[in-house]
Structure formats: C-alpha cells, structure tokens
Design a protein around this ligand. Structure first.
Ligand code: NDP
Length: 241
C-alpha cells in the first residue's frame, strides 16, 4: 500500500489533507506536536473509513524527534507522498520582532521542514511526491508577520530548488500558497475582521481546509505529472502574483 507522511496532520489544513489522501488510497502517517487528542480523532476517522492511519508525536524543531520519526516502520518501508504542512504564525508587528522570535519561527516553519525532508529522503520511493504548504504571505509579506513571511519565502524557494534537483529522478516537489483558510490561525478574528477578510477575497469567502487538501491531492496524483517546482496560489483570487 502507498504511504503518505503529513506533518502537523492532527488539525486544521493538515487534518483535511490526511483525510483526502486516505480517500485517495494512501495509508497515512501523520505527525502532531502538542495536540494529541485531535490527532487521534483524525486517525480514528480515517480508520473508520477503512484505511489505515497512525499518529506520531514529533516536534519538527527537535532533530532527535525527527530522527526517531524516520525509524517508524511505515517510513522505513518507503514514503510515496511527503506533505510538509506544519507551521506556526504568531501575529507580531514587524517593528517589534526580536531575534528569539525570528529564530523560533524560522526553526519551525523552515528548518523543521528541512529536517523532516533530510531524515526521510533515504526512504522516499522512486517517484515520490513532495508537497510543501507555504503561504501567500511568503510572496506578499505582512506587517504582522515579517518572521512568518520570511520563513514561508525561504520554504518556497528551497522547495523549488529541491524540485529542480530531484526532477531527473522522477520525483516532484510543489508548493501550495494558501490565502485565508478557516483554521485556528484565524480563530482570534472578531466577527468584523472575518467579514472584512471575506470582502477582501474576490471569491467572497474564506477558504476551507478542504480547498487546500483537494489541491494537494491533485499535485501528488497522476493528473499533475508535468508539474514540478510550481507554487500554486489557492486564495480565492486574493493575491495573484
Ligand atoms: P493550525 O495552527 O491549525 O495547525 C498548525 C499545525 O502545525 C498543527 O498541526 C501543529 O501541531 C503543527 N505544528 C506547529 N508547530 C509544530 C512543531 N514545532 N512541530 C510539529 N508540528 C508543529 O494551522 P493551519 O492548519 O491553518 O496551517 C497549516 C499550514 O498552512 C501551516 O504551514 C500554515 O502556515 C499554512 N497556512 C495557513 C493559512 C491559514 O489561513 N490557515 C494561510 C496560509 C498558510 P500541534 O497542534 O500538534 O502542535
């Protein structure tokens, strides 16, 4: 059976990606950091649909935990799809950003993705697909997330470089850059803020985790066999670079 490994798959966008890949026929190894209960619920949902799934605790900023993840039997048997989805976004004014905060964000969003890739790469199957969840802010920047935007820009250009390096082997790497998506990241919005976001989006709605999961499914499937090194903007027309 084909195996998908999804980081941060216990909630939000990651959970929707896990469920979608399971419905596509992958057994799913998902990682969580702090949220064990939601992760177990995702595993139960997938198993109830008749597909195998398992959750592993792994803080991507901890090289030892990532190395341990790479010894999981489902990894050593070969990973067909790797989705680097985990991420943190702490709203902070760009003027107030300090070095510690910058390092924390970079080490989670960028270095954490690198660590997972680096640990898992010997186990990738011949025609493995890698999908990286970036952000519209990785192109656009944000006054409330200079660290986050920089980490996502780094992630995106790293992934595109990797795509060029891996293409001769038949492995594909693509980036999804979501706009506003309805997860805990937006949970602090007031009703007014939510309405103003909806008005800002040309399609006049906030995206759902399933909007992103559907694009992951496409990018790891056969219908995208000539796409690698791409950044797909999934944002309701909010920002068209
Ligand atoms: P959530 O905050 O809902 O989920 C974040 C996920 O990242 C959780 O599963 C969390 O695990 C995991 N995570 C955070 N830190 C670590 C860590 N150190 N090690 C391992 N896992 C970690 O966010 P979303 O679902 O919205 O975001 C998913 C991805 O999409 C992120 O990369 C985010 O930047 C990106 N994105 C989201 C947008 C949005 O509007 N929602 C817009 C653009 C991009 P746990 O809960 O177990 O700690």
């Amino acid at each position: 059976m084909r195996t998908a490994l999804v980081t941060g798959g216990g909630r939000g966008i990651g959970a929707a990606i896990c469920k979608k890949l399971a419905s596509d026929g992958y057994r799913v190894l998902l990682t969580y950091c702090n949220s064990s209960k939601p992760a177990e619920m995702v595993v139960d949902d997938i198993r109830n649909s008749g597909v195998d799934a398992v959750a592993a605790n792994c803080d991507v900023t901890d090289a030892r935990e990532v190395a341990l993840l790479a010894t999981h039997p489902w990894v050593t048997e070969g990973v067909d799809v790797l989705v680097l989805n985990h991420g943190r976004y702490d709203r902070i004014d760009a003027k107030e950003l300090d070095l510690n905060h910058l390092r924390r964000t970079m080490s989670t969003n960028f270095e954490g993705a690198f660590l997972v890739w680096d640990a898992v790469k010997p186990r990738l199957s011949e025609e493995a697909r890698i999908c990286v969840i970036g952000s519209q802010l990785g192109t656009r920047g944000s006054p409330h997330g200079a660290d986050y935007s920089a980490s996502k820009a780094a992630l995106s250009i790293w992934a595109r470089s990797l795509a060029q390096s891996l293409a001769p082997e038949g492995k594909r790497v693509n980036v999804i850059a979501p706009g506003f998506v309805d997860t805990d990241i937006l949970a602090g919005d007031s009703p007014e803020k939510r309405t103003s976001r909806e008005q800002e989006v040309p399609l006049k709605r906030i995206g759902t985790p399933e909007d992103i999961a559907g694009v992951v499914s496409f990018l790891v499937g056969e219908n995208s066999s000539y796409i690698t090194g791409a950044v797909i903007h999934v944002n309701g027309g909010l920002y068209l670079p």
